[in-house]
Design a protein around this ligand. Structure first.
Ligand code: MLT
Length: 264
């Protein structure tokens, strides 16, 4: 346990192969709720709130992707879970890659949703630090409204997203912005992540270009890509059925591997 350790709040549904869903920024575990009725008969779904989000503790400081990955390992330890599938959305994908790099033996499958392995270019890093300063001074409304313009074109999901995002504590938003700004480029590490992996992306994502998903699907050794037409950065809200469909083969493969390992 480090000084930096945080005990994550989580919700759980179903039984079987553990699948941990890591939400993006600045969301909370409820981002994944539309998938629960679609997948809970097929696996044990664990939906944590990452540090700073929802009902989890809100520490001060920089939220590094590595520290957030360690929060997930501690959650697994606490629940007696040796191996899990990780499903990471956007910042949750950055955390999943940090987890895969440090704890590959605890990973039975990986789904990367609307995310990238690349680090920030210097201009993006600067703009995150500027946003962090503005959030500290004026609060999160400007950041939330700016992001909402790019997250999706589906009007129906915007009010729920706004409510979820506006619940975020400014100190957590600052911590995550700084953590994302300093994250490492994981592209070269992808070749080592030899677990069944699916890369899911919306064709109209305005936050992370589709090209990033294609690169990851090429470089991950046991992966396939699924592009969801006409969706933006939050396909689990925009087209939950299609995201569930894209996850199913991964969950089935992970379940088979779990069974085979138990039989050994
Ligand atoms: C997210 O959805 O987690 C963020 O948009 C990711 C990012 O800002 O890089």
């Amino acid at each position: 346990m480090t000084l930096n350790s945080v005990e994550l709040y989580h919700e759980e549904f179903g039984q079987g192969t553990p699948v941990i869903f890591l939400h993006g920024f600045p969301f909370d575990h409820t981002l994944w709720q539309p998938l629960v009725p679609l997948l809970q008969k097929e696996a044990r779904l664990l939906l944590p709130d990452l540090r700073g989000a929802g009902q989890s503790p809100v520490p001060e400081g920089v939220y590094s992707m590595r520290d957030m990955a360690e929060d997930v390992v501690r959650l697994m330890d606490r629940l007696g879970i040796e191996k899990a599938v990780l499903v990471g959305h956007s910042m949750g994908g950055y955390i999943s890659l940090a987890f895969a790099h440090a704890y590959l033996s605890r990973l039975s499958g990986l789904a990367l949703v609307s995310t990238q392995s690349a680090a920030d270019l210097s201009e993006k890093r600067q703009s995150r630090l500027k946003s962090a300063a503005s959030v500290k001074r004026y609060g999160i409304k400007k950041l939330v409204e700016g992001m909402l313009l790019k997250l999706t074109t589906r009007e129906a999901v915007i009010p729920g997203l706004r409510t979820m995002m506006m619940r975020s504590a400014p100190v957590a938003v600052v911590g995550a912005l700084k953590g994302m700004a300093e994250r490492a480029d994981m592209t070269d590490a992808l070749a080592q992540i030899a677990v069944p992996s699916v890369v899911i992306a919306g064709t109209d994502d305005q936050i992370i270009p589709l090209e990033q998903a294609r690169t990851m699907a090429q470089l991950l050794p046991m992966s396939w890509g699924v592009e969801i037409a006409g969706t933006g950065h939050v396909p689990m809200l925009e087209e939950p059925q299609q995201v569930a469909e894209a996850l199913r083969p991964l969950l089935q493969r992970a379940a088979q591997n779990h069974k085979a390992e138990k039989a050994d």
